[in-house]
Every structure is written in C-alpha cells, then in structure tokens.
Design a protein around this ligand. Structure first.
Ligand SMILES: O=P(O)(O)O[C@H]1O[C@H](CO)[C@@H](O)[C@H]1O
Ligand SMILES: O=c1cc[nH]c(=O)[nH]1
Length: 235
C-alpha cells in the first residue's frame, strides 16, 4: 500500500491501462474485464484489476496532466512491479486529415516541459513509444477497422493554451494531436526499462469547431480499449 495507491502488492497486474479519467477506468474495467475488482480509490483515483482472455490486467486512472500521471506511474512501477503501461486517452486533432473518433498511436511526444525536466535539464530528450507495442497496436487497430494514424503528439501542460502560434508550428511540423500525459509516460517507462504506448481517441478538433458529443464518446473509446488490450498481449 503506497501513498496514492491503496492496493497491496500483488493486487495490481504487470499490465496496466491508464485513462486520465477514473470513471473511464471503471467503465473500461466493467465493460472489458472478467471479474473486475476495485483495488484503489484513494482520492477517487479508481483502479480495477480483472482478466482479459485469461490474462491479468489493471485499469487505473492517472488524472489530468503529467505531474498527476507521474505520481501514479512511479508508484505502479516501483511499488507494484508494473512492466507494461498503455495510456488510453482523449486528444485534440491538429491535422485536417485527422478526424473525430480516429485513433492516434503516439510514436513520439513533444513537450515544452515535463516533471522529468529536473533530471533531464538541458537535454531535449525524445520520448518514444515501445516499438513492439506500437506495431501490435497498429495491427490490432487495422484488424477491428479503426481509422488509425501513427505519429507524433504534443503533450501540453495547459488545456487552455493561449499560444496559437505554438499550435500552428506543431501543426506545420506534422504533430497529429494534443493531449497532456504521453511524454512523461514514455520518459518514465524508458527510465525504468518498461514498455509504454499511448492509444488516443480524437475527441475534438483544434482546426475545426468540432467535438465528440458526450453520448458518442463511450462507443468511440471502446475501440481504443480493444486496441490497447490486444496490443498488450501480442507476443
Ligand atoms: O481523456 P484523458 O485521458 O483525460 O486525456 C485528455 O483529456 C484531459 C483534458 O481534458 C487530459 O488528461 C488530456 O490528456
Ligand atoms: O488535452 C487535450 C485533450 C483533448 N482535447 C484537447 O484539445 N486537448
């Protein structure tokens, strides 16, 4: 039992899916896992452990932003022996060819700053996905017919950003989407020798006035969870 995760060692699987939203963790666990059991509710950050096709899986919220994700991922790796971490998040599209409901597999994540800045200092470290998870997720997404893009995302510290010129440069440099956690997830996974990937669903568009209606979100997010689970257990 740690500071922010109330589970005992052994109650969390080696493979963890990480939505920002703790209610998405509960929904995904109840929808996709057999015998899901709540293993954490400290501060309302829900975590569930169950099985998928006989394989143990935990689905645990991270909260929004890299400082929050960093707390949970550090404790999952250090205190619970987690080895495979797959974020299942929402993101805003930054390219005209990326549409609502599409899946984005984050090959890399640009940032201005992360909680690891104090360690990396002046190094512009390039956070990247685990190649095996990335290729497995791509195959899984194709297999279920999901519209999928693979490329770079931007992990922002601010949801309400006031730098339109930054968004424009990110778009000009091919960034597919913006979200708020992937860069730190990839850095922590690299530091601890773990596998990580972000599977994202486009929930809104930065170049067009579009957003996914609330009632459609769940159905779209289902594809992302399926992709993450299939990728986690592809040899
Ligand atoms: O849907 P989640 O996983 O929370 O991800 C995105 O949504 C939140 C902002 O609304 C940020 O956490 C961002 O990364
Ligand atoms: O961080 C996020 C997530 C979804 N949509 C956005 O525009 N930003």
């Amino acid at each position: 039992m740690g500071v922010h995760i109330g589970a005992d060692r052994g109650e969390i699987a080696e493979t963890v899916l990480l939505p920002g939203d703790p209610f998405r963790a509960r929904w995904a666990a109840e929808t996709f896992l057999d015998t899901p059991r709540c293993v954490n509710e400290v501060r309302g950050m829900l975590g569930y452990t169950g099985t998928w096709q006989g394989q143990p899986v935990t689905i645990h919220g991270t909260g929004m932003g890299m400082p929050s994700l960093s707390i949970y991922v550090n404790e999952l790796i250090r205190d619970h022996g987690v080895r495979t971490l797959i974020r299942i998040g929402s993101a805003g599209a930054m390219q005209t060819g990326v549409n609502l409901r599409d899946i984005v597999l984050a090959m890399s994540a640009s940032t201005i700053s992360t909680p690891s800045r104090a360690i990396l200092r002046d190094l512009n470290y390039a956070p990247v996905a685990d190649f095996g998870l990335l290729t497995a997720a791509h195959a899984a997404a194709r297999a279920i017919g999901a519209q999928t893009h693979v490329g770079g995302v931007y992990s922002s510290d601010t949801f309400y950003d006031e730098r339109p010129e930054l968004d424009a440069e990110l778009t000009r440099h091919g960034t597919l989407a913006v979200e708020m956690e992937t860069a730190e997830l990839y850095i922590l996974a690299a530091r601890h020798g773990c596998r990580a990937l972000s599977v994202l669903t486009i929930s809104d568009h930065l170049l067009r006035d579009e957003a996914l209606p609330a009632e459609e979100r769940e159905k779209s997010f289902a594809q992302m969870v399926q992709v993450a689970l299939r990728a986690a257990f592809t040899d």
